[in-house]
Design a protein. Sequence first.
Length: 414
Amino acid sequence: MPRLKVIGGNVLTGEVAASGAKNAVLPLLAATLMMDGHSTLTNVPNLMDVNIMIKMLNALGVRAEYHRGHVKVANLKKVRHIAPYELVTAMRASFFVAGPLVAKTGYAKVPLPGGCSIGSRPIDIHLKGFECLGITHKIEHGFVELRAKKIIGNTVYMDFPSVGATENVMMAASLGEGTTIIENAAREPEVWDVGQFLVGAGARIEGLGTSTIVIEGVPTLQGHEHPTISDRVEAGTLLIAAAMTKGDITVTHVVPEHLEPLLQKLKASGMEITVNETSIRARYVGVLKAVDIETQPFPGFPTDMQAQMMALQIIADGTSVVTENIFENRFMHAHELLRMGANIRIHNGAAYVTGVPRLSGAEVKITDLRAGAALILAGLAAEGETIVHGLQHLRRGYDDFPGKLRTLGAHIIE
Ligand code: UD1
């Protein structure tokens, strides 16, 4: 199994560019199923998950190719209806093809994506949203079958502002008839980016970035070129690396407003944060203080940054309470951090983290993508060697994370 070795103790300094956002590019790729002709996505990160989505498009009869940060898609023939089991089960986000497929062809058969290590992750909100638009579903033999003679605009109230359900419903409604209003929509920047891609293709969408999105259906969407927004989670992880190594890191190619919830916490920890138009500098200037973290939908503190922020709390001064509200099982990294000498107690859905003066390198195992980043961050701050197993999880969603850290001075051997 792939693993890497982190030799802790180096102070990280310098400048590094954020890649395109994983959570934007996956639904963007799915949306090309609905767009006639040629589409090009730029600023695409080189990730295992992107590779899986490209395989999915090809399996559905759309030609898609990755080359040096671009994906070119040619949607010239009839799109197929059935999403392969091995691709959907390899990556939950493959379920993003459901909305585009049923909108484009009137029928989709997609395997149930199932849960993952951070939680059960049902799809009821997606299905309820589809139903409001006249898309019926049947679940049988592990597949969801979706059917719609035509998609009819309606008001869709999201019981929870699910990112994936908002994107799926928005995509499907774009090729519907009449007006769809999504209430309690997710406000994440990645939802905005998918909306912008659709608008560029001819969709009529208003209210992106707010909790009410209004979509006027159009009969067709045209392929075009779109730049993927930058990855706020990757950028945030690199800024935390500055704090953990008493360093000074500038991350470029970012949209600073997208990182506001994290920047507030880093400032409260005692980091000096300087924001420019498209870059953020984080500089260690003295003792790091513990801060409480509570995950919420955007613009709250992102669940995708919780593990990395917990890694910072294990060396901060004082006790921090980390509350995870989005996923029910997202503290797996805590058990691995304990191996490195962290002081963490989990009780009633919250982690109580008391900072320790030193961490010691250990063998640890990555259980999910962001947990992987947290363990590497802890390794950078620890004394001695940390061997990180389960690297495949990290490669799903970080574009050469070890390489980026090395350019900042980290000692990491792959
Ligand atoms: C997306 C992100 C993921 C991030 C998450 C929350 C992508 C590819 N992934 O995942 O990195 O952690 O947003 O910001 O964009 N839920 C239901 N029923 C549903 C849908 C969701 O109960 O039909 C629950 C989930 O189990 C979870 C919560 O709602 O507890 C949030 O999920 P959601 O916002 O849908 O996350 P994803 O789109 O799966």
